[in-house]
Design a protein around this ligand. Structure first.
Ligand SMILES: [Fe+2]
Length: 421
């Protein structure tokens, strides 16, 4: 379904004019902000919708099952953040059900529509798409292509924008979100399916940034306000996890508590102690799931540079040993940062004594020039922009069948790998 957006924008203009006439308290806001809305943190019975509705003091959300508009309800914001982002908490939803939502205002001057489907318990087959790295506010055709392939959700692996913010000012981060979410093709994608998003360096801070980034606290505050995220498992980073059917998704934050380049390779951490303890506890529970997908913003088979896992060999080996000791054999890593597609079937991922050898899927770049980092891989690097990854899960209760496909912006398959766990 192609989701319309124009009617709301038209309504925005007329409301803005009305606000100027009656002198209401809009003077502190930017003169023109394109409304946006997106959905995330979807579970079997809940979802979060975040929206920017600068035209109205009282936006509300209309929500209905796709099959039953009579079951519609209206929600007021559970909270409105300091930059005007409204949070709508959807609860009591039906599992495995398509929902429509509409961001509206009391004057009914326009609306912005979106949709999502709640997850299903037990064995479930589904598709998700994943990628990283787009120029700020990109309207590349790759976003339309991803939407038309109808993923259950889009897993964004970072570099949502390239503002490289080095100021501890949440308003600067807020403007970056406004720029991205007002891109027509990105807006349509994010309203066509839920988002799950962890950042990388350029959307958290400057290039190759770490916990010393000047804007660290502002980045954390802006993420909490703007992104419909799953419950954050800690305070120092944005790590989070969720489950779809029998597949566990682990999203790490590899920026906000990583050591800077001055710390020796033997001791440096990319995760920080709080997040590492959480990650290892998650991995220790891998046997409860058919498949575990670890979303790592940077590549695992690094080239020994400072910025990816190759620059953190001791911590990478610690995780590898942990996986071997706990017999974890159902892990898939998806990663971004390097602007290329690449797949490893596990045969080159032998970081510790010949193991653990889990498969890797590197999916980038949405809209950046190609770059070639890391390797070797069983399916060698294809640098480029307009690229993304698609993961198809077939789970009928036995082994989970997984197909990884790297695609270009016309959905042509560039590389593919199938495996079962
Ligand atoms: Fe990037």
């Amino acid at each position: 379904m192609r989701i319309p957006r124009r009617s709301f924008l038209k309504g925005t203009a007329s409301l803005a004019a009305g606000a100027a006439l009656d002198g209401c308290a809009a003077a502190s806001r930017p003169a023109r902000v394109t409304p946006w809305v997106w959905c995330g943190a979807v579970t079997e019975r809940t979802a979060l919708v975040k929206a920017r509705a600068p035209f109205s003091e009282r936006p509300y959300l209309w929500v209905a099952p796709l099959r039953d508009a009579m079951g519609a309800r209206e929600l007021a914001p559970a909270a409105v953040g300091p930059h005007g982002v409204a949070t709508f908490a959807l609860e009591g939803l039906e599992p495995g059900t398509d929902y429509l939502y509409a961001l509206r205002d009391r004057a009914r001057a326009g609306e912005l529509l979106g949709r999502f489907k709640t997850f299903t318990p037990g064995p479930t087959s589904f598709r998700f798409s994943t990628a990283s790295c787009a120029r700020t506010g990109s309207s590349h055709a790759v976003f339309d292509t991803i939407r038309k392939r109808k993923p259950a959700f889009f897993l964004h692996l970072g570099d949502f924008h390239y503002e490289n913010i080095d100021a501890n000012d949440p308003a600067v981060f807020a403007r970056a979100f406004d720029l991205v979410l007002s891109s027509p093709s990105q807006s349509e994608l994010y309203r066509s399916c839920p988002i799950a998003y962890t950042w990388d360096d350029h959307d958290y801070g400057p290039n190759n940034s770490d916990r010393g980034a000047p804007g660290r606290l502002a980045a954390l505050a802006a993420y909490r306000e703007h992104v419909p995220h799953y419950p954050l498992a800690g305070t120092r980073t944005i790590h989070q996890a969720f489950t779809v059917g029998r597949v566990r998704f682990i999203l790490t934050d590899l920026r906000a508590d990583r050591d800077g380049p001055g710390v020796p390779f033997e001791t440096r951490t990319m995760l920080g102690p709080e997040q590492k303890a959480w990650l290892l506890a998650e991995l220790a529970e891998a046997g409860r799931y058919g498949l575990v997908v670890w979303a790592s913003s940077v590549g695992w088979i690094g080239d020994g540079g400072d910025d990816d896992w190759g620059g953190f060999p001791a911590e990478r080996a610690e995780i590898g040993r942990f996986l071997m000791e706990h017999g974890v054999k159902n892990l898939l890593m998806v990663s971004g940062d390097a602007h290329m597609l690449a797949i490893d079937d596990g045969s080159h991922n032998t970081m510790v004594d010949g193991g653990p050898g889990f498969p890797l899927f590197h999916a980038a770049a949405l809209d950046q020039k190609g770059s070639d980092k890391g390797g070797p891989f069983s399916h060698p690097q294809v640098p480029g922009g307009g690229q993304y990854g698609e993961v198809d899960i077939v789970d009928e209760g036995g082994r989970v069948q997984v197909t990884l496909t790297g695609r270009d912006h016309e959905a042509r398959a560039i590389m593919q790998h199938r495996f079962a766990v």
